[in-house]
Design a protein around this ligand. Structure first.
Ligand SMILES: Cc1cc2nc3c(=O)[nH]c(=O)nc-3n(C[C@H](O)[C@H](O)[C@H](O)COP(=O)(O)O)c2cc1C
Length: 188
């Protein structure tokens, strides 16, 4: 069992990293092999919209996403973590998500286009942190993201989040959130 963490905050030691690591820690406790990538430290270009991946499911951009394609395809579960920036995931996380189009949509001869022909069946946990203290502030957005990833063929397990996190270690004052994250990792 391989669980891959994709951490989308530019702050490598902030709240989102702690939340993603808690899930991975739980998974590791139950024997999973875990690995985490910090997207902001990688060379991840935005999708160029060239549509080359329509032909063979391969992205022509030669950057670190090539490594991530292999990692995603060889993982049993992903944990995608992002802070909320201006009501949505960070630019770094969005670049990663957009580039998934090569794996998830319009595989050879896909009709109709945008049909997710590849069922990755990869389990997915979505993890967020945000500054607003209201724990229900982004419920609608989180549901929408679950819909997107289900459509793309992922087996969405849970969305988890910590609200009211501004300073790097604010999440440490929310032990219940971290304990729940660890439990979810164990269940993976
Ligand atoms: C550019 C920027 C935009 C932000 N936008 C929001 C927002 O729309 N809503 C919110 O509640 N918090 C917002 N925040 C706060 C972060 O989501 C929050 O501090 C988060 O926990 C940071 O994660 P990190 O510690 O992993 O870096 C924003 C922070 C930054 C730097």
């Amino acid at each position: 069992m391989k669980v891959l963490g994709l951490m989308g905050s530019p702050r490598g030691n902030g709240n989102t990293a702690t939340l993603v690591n808690a899930v991975l820690e739980g998974a590791a406790e139950n024997g999973a092999e875990t690995k985490v990538y910090h997207l902001a430290k990688m060379d991840l270009k935005a999708c160029s919209g060239c549509m080359s991946c329509r032909a063979d499911g391969k992205c022509v951009i030669d950057d670190d996403m090539q490594e991530l394609y292999e990692e995603v395809c060889s993982s049993d579960a992903l944990v995608i973590g992002s802070p909320i920036y201006m009501w949505e995931i960070t630019t770094q996380t969005k670049a990663f998500v957009d580039r998934l189009i090569a794996l998830t949509c319009w595989q050879p001869c896909a009709k109709p286009e945008f049909a997710p022909l590849i069922k990755l069946n990869t389990k997915l946990v979505l993890a967020y942190t945000y500054g607003n203290p209201n724990p229900n502030n982004f419920n609608q957005y989180f549901k929408y993201m679950e819909g997107l990833f289900s459509y793309l063929g992922f087996d969405v397990q849970e969305s988890i989040w910590a609200s009211g996190t501004i300073d790097l270690d604010d999440i440490l004052h929310q032990p219940d959130v971290l304990e729940n994250a660890k439990e979810i990792g164990k269940k993976l």
